[in-house]
Design a binder for this molecule. Structure first.
Ligand code: NAP
Length: 288
């Protein structure tokens, strides 16, 4: 295969903007409310939540943050999520991680009503996704597929190696890719000879949270590389899981960090919230 001298950059910014326009159009017709539950004093989480709230307002979604503090216990978190699930004015719920020590994200997320689970955190949403039933996919996993579609990367019959098997990224992404007829290999920290496995793939998705994990030797010539990783650097910046300089020697296309999967993820979270509000409104009007 003849390779371009410089790989294409698969930016997520245009797609995120297009998704935001769809969302704003929908919220102009049906108001939507998002509830974010936080139970940490972590400053980067606070920054992320502020950025979601700001992005929500821009597309016409009301966003309320409930900060339970870093001492919150599991029953308090579950009760808060259950109350929001029962509140008809709330359409989307996000349980922000990290959670206090001893609180399991998946156990707590069981208290989020599936129809309001806009980031696919409830294990029931993952189960429904795996079974091919309607559910909100975790926004990051969906963002990977939407980004590849947006840039015209075919998935059917292609071999995709997903590096990472978390319930928020790797596992749901594997199901979404299978639904698109890709052949999927899911890798993790116990995968023997990661480079040999990923170098057989047409598309490599890195979602390990390990800066620089994926280099040229992990890639087949012409591979498409999606970098989900967001790893803070000591100088306040952000790097992915892919060593972009090294990978550029082999990849045909790469997503940037920042500006790749991240903006699409945020846009889709809000899109899911607007959809949930529209679906509820249609159901109460007898259209669903
Ligand atoms: P996570 O829960 O820590 O899972 C990391 C996964 O990577 C695990 O399955 C782990 O394997 C695997 N892994 C770790 N080191 C590895 C290695 N050396 N070789 C192969 N696999 C390895 O992380 P996550 O929540 O899925 O997030 C992953 C990354 O995506 C993080 O950088 C996170 O910040 C980023 N992220 C970005 C967005 C976005 O919007 N862009 C959203 C969510 C997450 P084991 O299962 O064996 O431990």
């Amino acid at each position: 295969m003849r390779l371009p001298s410089v790989p294409s950059v698969l930016s997520g910014r245009d797609l995120a903007a297009a998704v935001r326009v769809e969302t704003a159009t929908e919220t102009a017709a049906v108001p939507a409310r998002l509830a974010v539950v936080v139970a940490t004093a972590d400053e980067s989480t606070a920054w992320y939540v502020r950025s979601i709230a700001k992005a929500a307002v821009k597309v016409g979604i009301t966003c309320d943050v409930t900060d339970l503090g870093p001492e919150a216990d599991a029953p308090t978190i579950r009760a808060t999520l259950a109350a929001l699930s029962a509140d008809p004015t709330v359409h989307g719920i996000i349980l922000q991680t990290p959670l206090p020590v001893g609180v399991t994200q998946q156990e707590a997320a069981l208290a989020i009503a599936v129809e309001k689970d806009v980031d696919g955190a409830n294990p029931l949403s993952l189960g429904r996704l795996a079974a091919g039933l309607t559910a909100h996919a975790p926004a990051t996993a969906e963002a990977v597929v939407r980004l590849l579609d947006h840039h015209g990367v075919d998935l059917a019959g292609r071999h995709v190696a997903v590096v990472g098997r978390s319930t928020v990224v790797g596992k749901p992404l594997a199901h979404l890719l299978l639904d698109r007829d890709a052949t999927v290999t899911v890798c993790h920290s116990r995968t023997t000879d990661l480079a040999a496995v990923t170098a057989r793939a047409d598309i490599v998705v890195a979602a390990a949270g390990r800066p620089g994990l994926i280099t040229a030797r992990h890639l087949a010539p012409g591979a498409v590389v999606v970098d989900v990783g967001t790893n803070p650097t000591p100088d306040g910046g952000l790097v992915g899981d892919v060593d972009a300089v090294s990978a550029s020697a082999r990849a045909s296309a790469l997503t940037p960090v920042p500006g790749g999967v991240g903006p699409v993820t945020t846009a889709l979270l809000l899109r899911h919230t607007a959809r949930a509000a529209a679906t509820t409104a249609a159901a109460s009007n007898g259209h669903a």
